[in-house]
Each structure stands twice: as C-alpha cells, then as structure tokens.
Design a protein around this ligand. Sequence first.
Ligand SMILES: [Zn+2]
Length: 420
Amino acid sequence: MTTLRDIKCVSCGATYPVGKFVYKCPQCNGILEIRYDYEAIKKTDFLERMQDYGTIRNIWDFQELLPVDHARNIVSLEEGNTPILEYADFVQDDSKPSLFIKDESRNPTGSFKDRPLSVAISKVKEDGSQAIITSTHGNAGVAMAAYAAKARLDSYIIVPDDTEVDKVVMMQAFGSKVFQIEGDISDAYNFSLLISDELGLVNLATTFLSPYTTEGDKTIAFEVYKQFQGNPPEWMVFPIGAGPLLVGCYKGFKELMDLGLLNRMPKLVAVQSEKCAPIAKAYEQGLDEVAEWREEGETIAVGIHEPLRGYPEDGTITLQRIKESGGIALTVSDNEIVQAMFDLARKEAIFPEPTGAVGFAGAMKLYRQNQFKAEDRVLVLISGSGYKESGGYKKYLKDPVKIERSLAAFKTHFGGESDE
Ligand SMILES: [Zn+2]
C-alpha cells in the first residue's frame, strides 16, 4: 500500500503527483515537500508502533512516512538509531538545564548524512536510474559513495579542493569518481547542477534541491520522539549550513502533530560559524529573507561553510522554520568551537569533527546567556565524526613526547599538563 499523497511547493502551493525523482517547483523554483495520506496511516499500526518506545532498528522503521513504495528498493546500511547521551557536567546541578547529546557520528559512515542518502538512493533505485552526482564538502559525499556502492550505481562527486583528504579517500574507496574544483561549496553545487542538467544524471545534493533528502533528515525527529518516550525536549540545537537537517526535523515533528501523536515541537536552534552565517545574520537583523553571504573568511567548521550563493531562498525556508518553532539562530567563534570539541572529547569521550561540535558550542553559549530554564531539557545534535577529520584536532595538539626507554626520562614528563 502506498502512503504517498502528492508533492507540494512550499512557495506557490502548486501540487504535483508522485512520480519519478523531482527537484524544485517547475512553476516558481520553490522548494517541494512530499506529503503522505495521514488518515490512511492512522489506520495502520504505525501509531501503535510509535508509542511502543522500545527498540528502533533503523530509519526504515518509519517507512510509512518515507517516499519509497516497495521495501525491496530500500538501500540500507542500518543507519539511524543513534544514542542519546547525557552531559555529565550538568546532571548533578539542579540549577542547570538537562543537556542531552544525540550522537549522529555513530551512523555507518560517521555522520547524519547516511539518513538522507539512504532515502534518496532508495528512490533512485525504485526509479531505475543508474548514474548519480552530488557536490559536497565531505560527509554527504562519503555517504553517497557508500550507498551508491551498496546499490551498485555509478556515482560522481564534485568537491572543493580543500576537502579533507580522509573524506575523499573514503569516497574513492567506495568506488565514486571524485572531481576537485577551485572554489567553495556554492561553486561545487552550481557546477554539479550544470552537469546533471546537461547529462541527465540524478543530482543528490543534500541542500534543498530535491525533497527526498530532507525526508531522510526528518527521521531524527521520529527517533527523538521515541527516545524521549513521546515527550521530546524543549530545545533542539543544530549545526547549520543551509539547514535541511533542521527543516527536515521540523517536518518530522509536524507530521507527528498531524498524526495526533504530539501537540508541540521543540524550539529549533540553528548555530552557524560567525565566519559564514547568512541565516543567523538575517535572524539577528529581524529579516524575513536570507541573503547570499559575501564576506570572505575561513572557519574550522568547513562542513557548514555555506554562503548560499545562487540559492539564498534555501536559507529563507530554514529561517522560517526556526521562527515557526519558536527557536533561535546564533553564531559561534572558532575558539568556542574548539573549546566544545575538547570538552566533548575530554569529558564525554565523544570525538566530533569541528562542524559536529558547533551545536554544542551554541548550546553552551545560550546557557551562559541564561536562555534556558533550569527545568528545560536541551538536546544537541553532534552531526559528524572526527575520525575522518582528525586534522581539526591535530593543529591544537602538541606532538607526542619522544623519549628514550628509561624510567628517569619518563619521570621528567610524568603528570603535568595534557598535550593540548
Ligand atoms: Zn512553486
């Protein structure tokens, strides 16, 4: 039984029948959203399964709300079901909010991007397409390469030439053909569009280009609902580039509300690097539309260095969803990000990539600004692992001590400061 209803443009409201892979609205170039037959879903055992707060296997537990008709087309590496951890520093202190971490670095290729790529590649398989392309600064490319390998598709990846070596190596190991270009992620994205338009490759860019990838992102909301026993936290904090992860989660919570499972959603907080913050800047200035980011400047959080050049409306939908949820957008500095990385590593043994720690840095900043009440529960998303970006740490660490194998030599270094 299909539960898919239609596809609706969030800008002009035009609706389209469900068919093969689609991108933006043919009439106005607005972002498309997939809609389901919620009344039909209510008649299945979906609600009952959601309210059984037990085990989650992977994101395909939520197949009724994912845009793939036949289970035989699902391409899965057991993505999802990432754990909720509690930040110990805040646990004993009643004056502090409860701070939880959803560790998306535990996904098969080490980032939340496995969710959108599992869904998008399953759709590609259902359509019978064979060749796909994406543009990426790393994680989305690694995920696409992995799922393309599993689905035996031909995959092509455009990366800016400063993309982390370990990530490129993984893409190649999984069998993708990788092309490096001069420029940033906006340049890579616009170049990938040229190629997919001309050569007819399916473009799986994980911005808002197609509605299928955000459908994967929304499964985080479903898991949070179950992991918090039907009572999600008051706040959810995300590292944000264009913002499909946040927008996907908004849609997920909204669908749970439409199904009668929930009567409110968390306030969704977007955290950007101060070196590239088109959405946070628009929020701080009280604007309704996001503009392209024209300032130069590098950040350690390369994964969210997203200037939205040529597609600022992708930021506007994120800004809308932040406001509709009652959330906030803010920026953090590289120093605050580095502090967050080492706090997570040394207090909780979590090893995020620099971008992955941005949400935590933002939550700490909001805590210092007294934005949270003591009874609030705050959930921070760690978006990706440091395993494929260890260089982000290396430059802040001393080289290990080289010593001769004698007790006396060891004693001269025993105790004292760590290697930071
Ligand atoms: Zn439209």
